[in-house]
Design a protein around this ligand. Structure first.
Ligand code: HEM
Length: 402
């Protein structure tokens, strides 16, 4: 097959309807024929093999800030032109990345580790609201509210502000949507302004009267000498909403779909609660919420003999890596008791997902309790459609019958 016949970057994004419906055959083709692909449309190097993706995302000497990359690369264009230094750890490089991520991780991990009892209460309450319904939407009625209520509890949002907070959390997610409509653009701008004002006020309040929440932890770390501006604290608390809400929604949605399509696996899970942790890992491998993550070459490199120039963008397909047949036996099979090989769904290295422990625990509680509460849950007759959000895989709706 010639280079011209290989799928290009645009056919590897969720804006392409065929790819969106089922990305796996196209990714498998690219992985087999050209695992290190200089993509002429994205102006980036696309990696699809597990070992290459793993090595690149774990390489702490590579860059993440798109403004440092080749400005021709599709994903770097806006950033390179703006010239602004990123404030969110998602796009920062060291030393700023370590300076901001260090205290955030220190505070967030401690809180996440204590959250399970509260997550159980939140999940039970959401399920109570669904108990009498003959059918409901796993996405809108379960997968969306649970992560937002959990992160609200971590941050310490008062009950009286939950409604607004939910609205802003859904609005700020539009920052991930590169193809925003004017209405979505307005929704994003309103949410960003409201969240900036909310966090500025909340930080000032916590300085006067500390509470038991993550906002207090962050202002206390500042007071103890952590070098963080107020704006960095605010932006990175918002990054938890941007990075964590939709992804956890899709972990729940993609997981419920996989189980309802594979009743034998669901029967195994129902019979043995110890399988819930490996089940969530298998969902993250089999159908991960995030498709790709980026890095930028900080020097001239060679990957499998292919030259990569300094500043070239590297697009790592986490989705393709997770189905690499040289690493996973029968990779297209959903198997919650398969031999464990770490998946790439949370990326790796310096930028490895900060929310992974929380997402794993939430996924485990949400799936286990859902299947316990509804022993005869089944898929309604429906045409499934996925969101056209580049880099993400999640259903628009998933109607189930109780
Ligand atoms: C199943 C759910 C989730 C998935 C699949 C996921 C996936 C990812 C991936 C692939 C990255 C990029 C890693 C890299 O480039 O190596 C990332 C980064 C990040 N995630 Fe998650 N995530 C999830 C849940 C969460 C949650 C619950 C939070 C917060 C509460 C969160 C916050 C973040 C943040 C702040 C980053 C940026 C880290 C950095 O650049 O240093 N994520 N996530």
């Amino acid at each position: 097959m010639s280079e011209q016949q290989l799928p290009t970057g645009l056919q590897l994004l969720e804006i392409d309807p065929e790819f969106r419906a089922d990305p796996y055959p196209r990714l498998a083709e690219l992985q087999e024929k050209c695992p290190v692909r200089h993509d002429p449309v994205l102006e980036a190097v696309v990696l699809t093999g597990y070992e290459d993706v793993r090595a690149v995302v774990n390489d702490r000497s590579l860059w993440r800030n798109p403004a440092r990359g080749n400005p021709r690369a599709l994903f770097n264009r806006g950033a390179a032109a703006s010239g602004d230094a990123p404030q969110t750890i998602l796009f920062m490089d060291d030393p700023d990345h370590a300076r901001v991520r260090g205290p955030l991780t220190q505070a967030f991990y401690k809180r996440a580790a204590r959250m399970k009892p509260q997550v159980e209460v939140i999940v039970d309450e959401v399920l109570d609201g669904l108990s009498d319904r003959p059918s409901f939407d796993i996405i809108a009625d379960y997968g969306v509210p649970v992560p937002i209520l959990v992160i609200a509890a971590v941050l310490g949002i008062e009950k009286s502000r939950l409604r607004e907070f939910r609205e802003w959390s859904e609005g700020i997610i539009q920052s991930l949507n590169a193809m925003r409509t004017p209405a979505e653009e307005a929704q994003l701008a309103a949410a960003a302004t409201a969240l900036d004002a909310f966090f500025a006020e909340a930080m000032a309040e916590r300085r006067k009267a500390p509470r038991d929440d993550l906002i207090t932890d962050m202002v206390q770390l500042q007071a103890e000498g952590a070098e963080l501006t107020d704006s960095e604290v605010s932006v990175n608390l918002q990054s938890l909403l941007v990075g964590g809400n939709l992804t956890t929604t899709d972990l729940i949605g993609n997981g419920v779909l996989a189980f309802l399509r594979h009743p034998a696996e669901l029967a195994k899970l129902r019979a043995d609660p110890r399988l819930v942790a490996p089940a969530v890992e298998e969902i993250l491998r089999y159908d991960p919420p995030i498709s790709i993550t980026g890095r930028i070459a900080s020097r001239d490199l060679e990957i499998r003999g292919a030259p990569v120039a300094c500043k070239d963008a590297l697009i790592n397909s986490l989705r393709a890596a997770n189905r690499d047949p040289s690493v996973y036996e029968d990779p297209d099979r959903f198997d919650i008791t398969r031999k464990h090989v770490p998946h790439m769904a949370f990326g790796g290295g310096a930028h490895i997902c900060i929310g992974a422990p929380l997402a794993r625990m939430e996924g485990q509680v949400a799936l286990w309790k859902l299947f316990q509460r509804f022993p005869t849950l089944k898929l309604a007759d429906q045409a499934l459609t996925y969101r056209a959000l580049p880099g993400f895989r999640g259903l628009e709706r998933l109607i189930v019958e109780t």
